[in-house]
Design a protein around this ligand. Sequence first.
Ligand code: ATP
Ligand code: MG
Length: 433
Amino acid sequence: MKGALPNERVCLGSYHEIGLKGRNRTMFERRLADNLRAVLEGLATVRVERLTSRIAVHVSEPAKVDEVAQRMALVPGINTVTVAVRTARDIDSMAAMALAELGAMGEVRTFAVSAKRSNTDFPLPSQEINRILGARIREATGLGVDLTQPDVTVGVIVAQGHAYVSTKRLSGVGGLPTGVSGTLVSLLSAGIDSPVATWRMMRRGAVIVGVHFSGRPHVSGASERLVTRIAKVLERNGGIGRVYIVPFGDIQSEVALMVPPDLRIIMYRRLMMRVAQEIATVERAKAIVTGESLGQVASQTLENIAAVDEAADIPVFRPLIGNDKLEIMAEARRIGTYELSIEEAPDCCTLFMPRTPETHAKPAMVREAWDVLPHERMVADAIASLEWVDFRCPGYRPPKRWPTPSGASGSSALEARASADRASERVSNPWRT
Ligand code: ATP
Ligand code: MG
């Protein structure tokens, strides 16, 4: 309460995860508070405070309250956001505040009061608070009480030291604060699926390190820029630390010379897994994520998934494996990546593609083709040409081997090349199908 205004605007974030106890709970709350600070940085002068089972974000500029609430709702770990005014912890102050808030609203005919106490030393039980405030509001305004479908619910939270009165509540994305579940490497194309898969794992508390394979130098850097824009959208959730870009075109052309057409896609994918795994080692990530969904395209049959999985020594998570495309598209719209994902940007997947890819790869043939490839050297080449772009993510610590900024490579080089690419985009890809 130090230096706080008496009737300060506050956004209260609630969370719920069963089994949050002891040190886990403190870690969870600290992480959530840090993530909120990062996501709200620069928006308004805010102060983030941990209350019992809630996080309070004090907002200095009343005009910014709604935007603060909306940004908070996108942060994993936040279950609901209540936009409230803080007031003294007595029933008269609560009633006065409720009336002021209702007075500032548009047309309202019915209301309900919903009080909660997170500090039991307050003498009145919640039901009693509901009853008293309900009667006072009805008397003062003539509004009707409707407990099932009220036009507005007046929320009251009685906490330590203060009461909070609200008339607006937003649903948050739920899940766990990013950073409590470790780091994952996510194979991020510019398509619809992988951003959704990435988002899902981020929501389960993982810090994401993306890896994008571009077709450069045989196609332009358009897909790299698109992936960077998609990652910018995911940055609003505070859970993506970095995206690595792997120029993969030369490696693919080498594969195309050495491997029969029908097995090429599987070889590209196995190489992608190996490169991702190498990055995972440096990033201390414990698993890889992809946006595959069973049977969606030729490379996503059970046989081919198994043939690709075999190349990785760490777990590969496919959070969309049982989803229909329509469900994935709806989720992409909700998280805000859909409009970007439908933009055309050829990546490495448009390069050297066979007309009839193998859909039921035989393990023996896959291994034979793999053994022909100098795959260790190819992976080393890919790692040597890595570039990266960093994002705001409090849970992310860049590895010592590839610190920030990335010097000659990284976002500035990416940007510098972007303008050159724009000029040559239409003619640079003789292989495009
Ligand atoms: P998406 O919509 O995510 O692009 P998709 O439906 O196009 O997926 P595939 O092309 O078979 O399906 O890709 C399957 C998965 O492989 C992707 O979800 C992604 O995780 C990974 N992947 C594909 N292409 C790339 C790429 N260029 N860079 C990084 N990962 C990729
Ligand atoms: Mg794709």
